[in-house]
Write a protein that binds this ligand. Structure first.
Ligand code: DGJ
Length: 732
């Protein structure tokens, strides 16, 4: 209520001197965010951090002084959304150029209005030009995660060119900080990097037209206190952490600056590289949403807040998305060699071990013999499936599973009927080469006709076939991103319109086919972000299914994204990528930490393999909700060099905990370290049961939460690529 009162006071104000007394404050979870209007009329950041007392005041905004003639007050004062102009040397949020040559933009407060119980819209305007910016703020009351975005409107009589547009800028309290961010490559996504934030700027970005494997639009900044020798690696469970995630599946950029005056700021939104959005009179440009949050429970606390926020606020089935069905996927077993008999044989075997959903991957359509042909021709291949998909789908249903299908809608092979008919449909610069990757080109989804074609064939496919799930793939990034059907000065709008059309196709399909679920895949984890998560139910984190590599990849993934969406398949051993041999139970336990799938060639399994998989899939089904929806605690990091790792999830009612532990390379006879659990009710009694693996003799069958958390337990786990899992259940 404090928020609403303060805001209404601000609205009632007429004079600019009175405006400067006011503070707009948003409270949610354990977080307070506050800003105000300074004496120049700039919107100035005042506070972002732990929640303040309900009756505490935040001192009103006043610009900071200049520091020598080189850093004027415009550059020292932290603005909520800075235009490039008036002596600003730090990263701007918005940079525009006008047709008369003016490139100076100075944004001043006009008014603020509540747009919901925890939301506010603030209107800014340039000091003389008719450029308006609406800043949107919406605080999630439960997590304290703040959603911010901007809408830039041109009310001039001439067009303006937007050269750079951020979704939001965040300013941290002054201090010494470490930055965590995620980088990767194909088959090597989700590397967690941690470094000291030093003078200058760390830019994480994608220039690829899509989210990309190379970096993910997420950051976490932890405070290092006054001790300059303190470690750069943030504490899992203690200390202050500010974090953010950008909801955009196109080219993006997040810049983390430590300015010349040691202020730490984060600016994120559209990537300005090759950007240029011509805004005609009356038009506006909406930026993506940039979410930001705060935790005083370390990186672990930050990721738990994000997980819950994604489940409750972001995913299409929010606030209570169904746990993912256990899937079987045919890709690693058959690659492009799919047909009725082969898929039915796999489906029968998959059903026998308790799989819920059978997914046929690439190869079922057009003239798709391999990756040289067929993309774009979305008819069922008559040689492979002479009677269409119905016999296979009926068989899958009769086996008690639902049916999913692979598609790659935004791509075309030059060897396809679609490309022969519409060569003009791909991204390209006329007269220049069209660089192929995996023998394919990118359809220009920014075009209305291409957009309609893609939505049309998907709608038809889903209408004519009983399909419960689409695996939506995207196997290359953009090159030569020309769009020559629109005037030259509008062609760069492709960076925005392509993604907006992608989102609108997802939105339409979900409305028309509400039971269909979708997975985002891009050669593995190349398209995972909070933008696409509004429309899809799960993601494929990596094409690398090696169960040992997956431990650290899944760990990195979990800093930004919930295990609910993290698909993890059990595939064959030795693994095709690393030639590493692992037992089936190790592979199963590695994959059971997310949403489980099987992708092995079941035709090669022994009776013992089927029995192991059946037993562990049944165990997974019984504890799945805790694993994917509980609070995740990282007990031993797979990155700490010990050759061991362990993670625990605790159901939100604290009735159940599930722990996975891995001994990947035991050295010098050292046993697995004692596991002191976290997050239990210390006064409750919990019964211990093994899912896989043994405990050291003397481990009690039941004990208090205090015992499991303080004394801890010891697993009998040694060797190379050994795994164990157990559960604790509260006794009534
Ligand atoms: C890349 C995906 O990541 C794989 O899982 C598989 O679907 C192939 N594409 C199919 O071409």
């Amino acid at each position: 209520m404090i928020f609403a009162c303060l805001l209404l006071t601000l609205l009632a104000l007429g004079s600019s001197s009175a405006q400067t007394e006011q503070v707009i404050r948003l409270d949610g979870g354990n977080c307070t965010y506050a800003f105000g209007v300074n004496e120049r009329g700039e919107l100035q950041t005042l506070y972002w951090g732990g929640r303040l007392g309900a009756h505490d005041g935040v001192p009103p905004a006043h610009s900071l002084p200049e520091v020598a003639s080189f850093d004027s007050s415009h550059t020292t004062t932290p603005q909520e959304y800075s235009g490039w102009g008036a002596g600003l040397f730090t990263e701007p949020a918005l940079k525009v150029s006008f047709v008369d040559g003016n490139r100076d933009l100075v944004l001043r407060f006009v008014r603020a209005a509540p747009s919901g119980p925890q939301s506010v819209e603030v209107l800014l305007k340039d000091i003389s030009r008719e450029i308006y910016v609406t800043l949107r703020y919406s605080m999630d009351p439960e997590s304290g995660i703040l959603a911010r975005s901007a809408s830039v409107e041109n009310r001039e009589k001439q067009p303006v060119l937007i050269e750079q547009a951020a979704a939001a800028q965040w300013t941290l309290p002054s201090g010494s900080y470490a930055l965590a961010y995620l980088t990767g490559r194909w088959a090597g996504e989700w590397t967690l990097n941690q470094e000291l934030i030093q003078g200058g700027a760390r830019v994480i970005e994608s220039r690829r037209g899509t989210t990309g494997h190379q970096a993910n639009p997420w950051f976490a900044i932890s405070r290092r206190g006054g001790d300059t020798a303190a470690p750069v690696v943030a504490d899992e469970e203690h200390g202050e952490v500010w974090f953010g995630a950008l909801a955009w599946s196109g080219s993006w950029r997040i810049t983390v600056e430590r300015t010349q005056l040691d202020a730490v700021r984060v600016t994120g939104g559209f990537n300005p590289f090759d950007f240029g959005y011509k805004l005609k009179p009356g038009e506006h440009l909406e930026t993506p949403v940039f979410y930001g949050g705060y935790s005083d429970h370390g990186l672990g606390g930050a990721s738990r807040l994000l997980h819950r926020f994604e489940i409750v606020r972001i995913l299409p089935q929010a606030p209570d998305p169904k746990p993912r069905p256990v899937i079987y996927n045919s890709w690693e077993a058959t690659e492009f060699k799919v047909d009725d008999a082969g898929q039915i044989a796999l489906a029968e075997k998959a059903a026998s071990i308790g799989v819920d959903r059978f997914v046929m991957d690439d190869g079922w359509f057009g003239q798709r013999r391999d990756d040289h042909a067929g993309l774009g021709d979305w008819y069922v291949n008559p040689q492979k499936f002479p009677h269409g998909l119905k016999p296979l789908i009926d068989k899958v249903h009769a086996l008690g599973m639902d049916f999913g299908l692979w598609v790659e809608p935004e791509m075309v092979n030059p060897d396809s009927d679609l490309y022969r008919k519409h060569p003009e449909w791909v991204l390209n610069f006329p007269g220049r080469p069209r660089s192929e990757s995996r023998n394919q080109l990118v359809l220009n989804l920014a075009r209305a006709d291409v957009r309609d074609y893609v939505e049309g064939f998907l709608d038809k496919l889903l209408t004519e076939n009983d399909i419960a799930f689409l695996k939506w793939d995207y196997n290359r990034n953009w090159s030569e991103p020309g769009w020559d059907q629109v005037p030259v000065d509008e062609q760069r709008r492709v960076y925005v319109e392509f993604i907006r059309n992608l989102y609108s196709i997802f939105g339409d399909l979900r409305k028309k086919h509400p039971k269909v679920e979708i997975e985002s895949c891009s050669g593995g984890g190349g398209r995972v972000d909070l933008g696409i998560l509004h429309y899809i139910d799960e993601v494929w984190p990596s094409d690398n299914t090696d169960p040992f590599d997956r431990l650290s990849m899944q760990d990195g993934f979990s800093y930004a994204y919930t295990p609910q969406i993290m698909m993890a398949w059990v595939t064959d051993s030795p693994h095709w990528l690393n030639n590493r041999s692992t037992s089936l139970s190790y592979r199963l336990l590695s994959s059971m930490q997310g949403s489980l799938g099987i992708g092995a060639n079941l035709n090669h399994w022994t009776a013992e393999d089927f029995a192991t998989a059946k037993r562990l899939i049944a165990a997974y089904h019984s504890v799945q909700r805790t694993i994917v929806r509980g609070d995740l605690y990282r007990l031993i990091s797979p990155r700490d060099g010990s050759g061991m790792s362990a993670a625990e999830t605790v159901s939100s009612d604290k009735n159940q905990a599930v722990v996975f532990a891995f001994a990947n390379a035991t050295q010098e006879g050292r046993g697995f370290p004692p596991l002191q659990l976290v997050g239990l009710d210390q006064d409750a009694e919990y019964k211990l049961s093994s899912i896989e693996g043994k405990f050291r003799p003397g481990t009690p069958a039941s004990a208090s939460g205090a015992w499991w958390m303080r004394h801890g337990l010891q697993l009998d786990l040694r060797g190379d690529y050994q795994a164990a899992a157990f559960q604790l259940d509260r006794q009534r």
